[in-house]
Design a protein. Sequence first.
Length: 263
Amino acid sequence: MSRRTSTKQKVYVYAVVPEFDGKILGSIGLDGGTVYSISQARVSAIVSEVAQNLRPERRHLAAHQAVLKRLTLEADAVLPVAFGVVADSPDALRMILSRNRAAVMDNLRHLTGRIEMGLRVTWDVPNIFEHFVATHPELRVARDRFFGGYRQPSQDDRIELGRLFDRLLMEDREAQTSQVEEVLTPKCVEIKRNKLRNEREVANLACLVERHRQEKFEAAVLEAAKLFDNSYAFDYSGPWAPHNFVDMALDLRSAHTPAQARL
């Protein structure tokens, strides 16, 4: 089923996929807009019409992610576009697709039949410092030396103790993340380490997985978790559009976003 649209209507862009043949996904877009495809040179942009540029409000971000989730289930490959890209018209968007065709096709070939899975490993303990004191004799001795007895620790003492804690934290993260990766690697095409959000996080991994091997990946997560005691929590998520595995900068001239932007 195809859709006719004004040649001057602005369109909000969610993703680029292999040619979708004018398919309509329904009224699941931003502000309930109808999501459909605009095709050019064997690739399709997934869009909905917008009257103006949109702010990154929670409801808009949620709608953007919902469209990507739907595409992950229906398209062979998905190149997710960052929130906020608006093309001046369908014709302008077709020009963007033509200008970027080679890079888009390369990325689509790399991602065909593949999904992104996330894995977050955290220390599930009431107090991370006290947990390290209990599990690292070196830190416990230093803590007792600086804070034991009746003497108030100096600022230098506190700094030295903090540096020791930070070093042990980083060493444990590296060793334990490597343990997890060793188990997951045979089930993944690629693994990337994402930035950690807080002190309790051990690892935040993005995993590119063959779609048909998703269950094997999930089983591998459970196997990796068995290597750790109850002070660790494993939380995997997905499937997602492969944000972390798209390697290209789109030339977006004539779209409402910087002239060069990464997907």
